[in-house]
Design a binder for this molecule. Sequence first.
Ligand SMILES: *Cc1c(COP(=O)(O)O)cnc(C)c1O
Length: 229
Amino acid sequence: MAIADNISQTQQQIAQFEQNHQRAADSVKLLAVSKTKPVSAIEDAYAQGQRLFGENYVQEAADKSQQLAHLEGIEWHFIGPIQSNKTRIVAESMHWVHTLDRAKIALRLNEQRPSNLAPLNVCIQVNISGEESKSGISLAELDEMVEIVGQQSNLILRGLMAIPAPQISLSAQVATYQPLYQAYQALADKIVTVDTLSIGMSGDMEAAIASGSTMVRIGTAIFGARNYA
Ligand SMILES: *Cc1c(COP(=O)(O)O)cnc(C)c1O
């Protein structure tokens, strides 16, 4: 089965890159990005041992998490933009949010997290390419955002996330990640719950692992090309 093969191939690549770049074995987790793909594809990946799944669209994420609620140990990560009128659905259905970049959203997620669920794990999204149109805060704004998240008892700060502009070479990709890695290290030294640097997609997985990634978000290499988004 293609998805099963793709998962084990991706796991092998991760292990190889860990070794090549002096990273500890199993220090990089695989988040399978299943956006736009049917629940049957997620079931195939789950049967192969995959447990972490990433989704970009709020309603799709909520629907899938509900349909697959019987799969023990499955973990849902929201990795898309969050509008303030959608925070309740995210707070009620997800285990993680990688794309927190506004105080208002942090406050709403905190307030709307159901009390019978564990606190929501969050990563702050940083814009490391400085593109106007992209989501994410600048590194200069990080301390303030960290402080706001720290005040929310239903949120746990797990780390940082970024989606850099595409670069052609491995060295250019690594250079882009450098300041983010330093900011992540400083944060992890300061805050005990911080253990996640969410970087790396199908096109730059090696650079991300070389740059300290602890969670790569892989869609295309596992589930194939998407028809939209
Ligand atoms: C779609 C998406 C991914 C996966 O991208 P691929 O190139 O398909 O691996 C990772 N992260 C985010 C935020 C995405 O939106």
